[in-house]
Design a protein around this ligand. Sequence first.
Ligand code: GRG
Length: 299
Amino acid sequence: MSNFCDYNSINDYVSELLNKEFDGLFDAGEDITVKASLYSLCAGGKRIRPALFMTVSKMLSVDENFAIKFACALEMIHTYSLIHDDLPCMDDDDLRRGRPTCHKAYGENFAVLAGDCLLNRAYEILFDVCKENPSFITAASYIADRAGINGMVGGQSIDLFSEGKEISLERLKELQAKKTGALLQAAIVTPAFMSSDKNDIVIKLLDRLSCSLGLAFQIRDDLLDVTSNAETLGKSIGKDERDNKSTFVTCLGFDKASEFFENEMKSAYNTLDEIKNLPEGYDVSELRVITDFLMKRDR
Ligand code: GRG
């Protein structure tokens, strides 16, 4: 991975590596569930999680050939969550990544299976890498934890249970730290478990960075849900209000939510400085490029 100074270049590089992994993903190419899985997986998306994964891996000198397998598995878990989240029994959405949602294109039954298929295949990939490299087991198990009931699934559960109810800011922060934050945490922290010189201080700082970025990511999402449009975002807007959901905008109001966003971004930049100033002399320039993108993103 050469040195990149804008997000598009990072995205192009990582997308090319990812697409090669996606090419050989399934043997049963004619199966309808496989088609539905690839329909959602290859629909684009910002590829934030794999971009973060590959960038932190590069910073910590993790072998790119192993890192891309993990990044691929993470993007598959993320895509499964979007497919299931869009189902009528969950968030009931018609548009995702600028296309009809998976169940609109393939039907609910195949959309459920496509999510299951991506999730299972993701774990197969992780197991295969661990068979070759048993030292990566902690890293793989960390991803499983962040995707499960202590992380993303747990956040979704709180979210569904809270629908139509007023919840406190603290509860909203917990919900979002799990639902949205946990996979971003997996993207940023997992490479530290793969690195040959595992270092508790780096893990702690990356974890702190991931918490700030995860929270900021969600607040930005809530702000965009009010200010943007479906064409730019590639997904429906104004749904939070329609579904009577608590968001940072409904809890705090637009201006305070914007302030909250700015503060979390400032914390993220401060943590990047702390990582840069460690005696190991880590190069955080590309992590800063991704952080700049997240700060300004309009989709
Ligand atoms: C169904 C188990 C289960 C979980 C679903 C992540 C999630 C939990 C639901 C998504 C709901 C949502 C829109 C949350 C806001 C933040 C978020 C995760 C947005 C989607 O991620 P992006 O913006 O999407 O990175 P792309 O398409 O760019 O990959």
